[in-house]
Design a protein around this ligand. Sequence first.
Ligand code: ADP
Ligand code: MG
Length: 256
Amino acid sequence: MSVLDLRKLSKAFGGVRAVNEVDFAIRPGEFLAMIGPNGAGKSTCFNMINGQLPPDSGEILLEGKNIAGLAPREIWRRGVGRTFQVAATFGSMTVIENVQMALISHAGETYRLWKPAASLHRARALDLLGQVGMKDAADRPSRELAYGDVKRIELAIALANDPKLLLMDEPTAGMAPRERNDLIALVKRLVIERGISVLFTEHSMDVVFAYADRIIVLARGRVIADGNADAVRGNAKVQEVYFGTGKTFAAHGVSP
Ligand code: ADP
Ligand code: MG
């Protein structure tokens, strides 16, 4: 069974059909990229899946159950994680405390328990920090972290919820090319090791073509291509959307 199955998912803002009858499925353990020009409807899709936006129509089946329109917290509880859920208090805590808080939240324990139990989930938190390559920074104040390291901690926090599906909308925004590549390579490794599914957006075609198992291309709210890197790169509709007719990814120096 698919982890997630979108059926004719639609959302309009006034007269703009931001997402228009989108259908696609995410398989278990799949590292799936969603690409498309600005305004294609990618974030609107993500925000319907995570519960931030109610769809106008269509279904979002999570392991067969329709979650369309449920509250974000309920969708999170059912195993759909996302990055960029860093709390307002992030900077005031150490790196490991942030991950411990996420583990406490996942276990359904109350914040009240936190203070007397500074050691709660410490071993598990250290393990998660190890998985994102940040173990050595465990006891540093989070506010001192470099931008790319904050992204790694966000990933550890998302993994603390043990998601089946992780949504990452522009996880590398604001990063240098090298850092982008490293973060996506790290996520891909975690996908393989943990068997989770990831849906992500990313502007760098080099990174998308190098790491994604499959690529969905959205344009004006519709899926115009769905396949592996070779199929998408060679797709005439995709080339037209990105470059105008008759040009190719290779001609723009963005082949992997
Ligand atoms: P992408 O993430 O692919 O750049 P978005 O999903 O953000 O695209 O936007 C898709 C379309 O929906 C765009 O035309 C955008 O202007 C419009 N849109 C997105 N969010 C809103 C909103 N909250 N209110 C009005 N229009 C919106
Ligand atoms: Mg967007």
